[in-house]
Design a protein around this ligand. Sequence first.
Ligand SMILES: [Zn+2]
Length: 82
Amino acid sequence: MSNRSYPCEFCDTHLPQEKKRVTVSRQRKGKWFIFENVEALVCPNCGHRYFDAQVLEAMEQHIEHTPADARPIEGWAISLKG
Ligand SMILES: [Zn+2]
């Protein structure tokens, strides 16, 4: 994974993005998929997270084929609308 030197697309900061491990949630057909320890480059100013194409592809594949070591989770979905 390479460091990006170009500025954030979402804000005007010139601070370098920081390599971090983050938690990512994705929804597919009403089911949530939580990915832990995902490598990302995070903008220190606005918090936007950038993922490598191969990381996005890996998440996509794991949504299609849940890995054997995936842990089921419980949760509540709460809407603040209305
Ligand atoms: Zn930013």
